[in-house]
Design a protein around this ligand. Structure first.
Ligand SMILES: [Fe+2]
Length: 377
């Protein structure tokens, strides 16, 4: 129950008469000066202050401002023998609830204190409601963040599962994706590609052939060259890859890169027949690395090609299948010969944890946030 009243007046007689009139209903404290009132304010924690406007040490207006600075919800009633319209206006503007003129009528005193308390109760109720609403909002936000985090984790795990099932259906594709990831990373580093873009190409490399999950197994693993019909089916995989990842928020930015990874510089590629710089440059990088690794791998329809043949093939496709600049960069470097030693050293095999990281697994920092959110909610 709110009932603490602080009476501030330098005249002892006024203080005492107010105290006597109010003490049966409220818990009344008194202060004989403005500075004393401010000094005891935190201890007394009054709900209503009856404040003399004229005191020797501080004016009532100054004390009013100090009280409001400490707690704006304390209701202050100014008491004055010299009430003027100006003073009253100023007091109300500074947050006083009302004013009482001396000599006061006991009933008027009781009434004005009661109204002050009612207003105080209303204000506290409003701020409690506001606090409750804000708390609800904070809780809701945490729940939304946590749900988003969990959904992101589930989606990433689904993509990981798709990659694993693709590897089961076609062992080459799984290993190939990881090898291309290593290759594009090395190649992009040599080209001086910025870290963010390198990271983007790495992620694209991992999922570029994900659409092969939708290609029949007998076509995927066919030992002889594909028939035109089989080729048509096979050529749907970039779009399938794009469709799968476009639905995943964390990977959606890779869509255009993945879609164009079988486009050719001369416009004879698929699925859209884009040519030259119309092909995203990341797709061009992916395409040359994809082919270099494919040529240096053992396939069900042929054995791995020796380095000099790979180099000759690349040179032949300069300006045809590939961007001439990237062919030059690839031929100028040692990546083609490095592939085998990197493969033998196990550099092209990623752990499930590393794969999840490439797919956007939360960092330990993010996991910390998620754990914190989970605790707080
Ligand atoms: Fe592909």
């Amino acid at each position: 129950m709110l009932k603490k009243v602080l009476v501030v007046d330098d005249e002892r007689g006024v203080r005492e008469s107010m105290r006597m009139l109010l003490k049966d209903y409220y818990q009344v404290s008194v202060a004989g000066s403005g500075s004393e009132a401010i000094a005891v304010l935190k201890d007394v924690q009054p709900d209503v202050v009856l404040l003399d406007l004229r005191m020797p040490d501080m004016s009532g207006i100054d004390v009013l401002q100090s009280i409001k600075a400490i707690d704006p919800n304390i209701e202050v009633i100014l008491v004055t023998a010299y009430a003027t319209v100006d003073t009253a206006r100023k007091a109300l503007r500074l947050g006083a609830f009302d004013y009482l003129t001396k000599p006061f009528d006991p009933q008027e005193l009781e009434s004005i204190v009661r109204r002050g308390l009612e207003r105080r109760i209303d204000a506290l109720r409003r701020s409690a409601t506001l606090e409750a609403i804000q708390q609800d909002y904070r809780t809701l936000r945490k729940e939304v963040e946590l749900a988003k985090h969990q959904m992101h984790t589930h989606v990433r795990d689904t993509i990981y599962a798709l990659l694993m099932s693709l590897e089961l259906r076609d062992a080459y594709s799984g290993k190939h994706s990881m090898a291309v990831l290593w290759l594009v990373d090395q190649f992009a580093q040599g080209l001086g590609v910025a870290p963010d873009d390198r990271n983007r190409i790495r992620r694209a490399a991992l999922v570029h052939d994900l659409g092969k999950i939708g290609i029949p197994e007998d076509i995927l693993n066919k030992p002889e060259p594909l028939s035109p019909t089989d080729q048509q089916v096979m050529h749907t995989h970039p779009r399938l890859s794009e469709e799968i990842i476009t639905n995943v928020e964390a990977l959606a930015d890779l869509g255009p890169i993945v879609l164009a990874h079988h486009e050719r510089w001369d416009g004879q590629g698929y699925p859209d027949g884009l040519a030259g710089e119309a092909i995203p440059w990341q797709s061009q990088v992916l395409a040359i690395c994809d082919t270099v690794h494919a040529m240096s791998s053992e396939r069900c329809y042929r054995s791995r090609l020796p380095e000099h043949i790979i180099r000759r093939e690349l040179a032949a496709q300069r300006g045809r299948q590939f961007n001439p600049a990237y062919v030059d960069a690839m031929l100028a470097g040692t990546l083609i010969s490095d592939i085998h030693s990197a493969e033998n050293a196990g550099k092209m095999v990623l752990t499930s944890q590393q794969i999840r990281q490439v797919l956007g697994e939360p960092t330990s920092h993010e996991s910390g946030i998620a754990a914190m959110l989970a605790t707080l909610v």
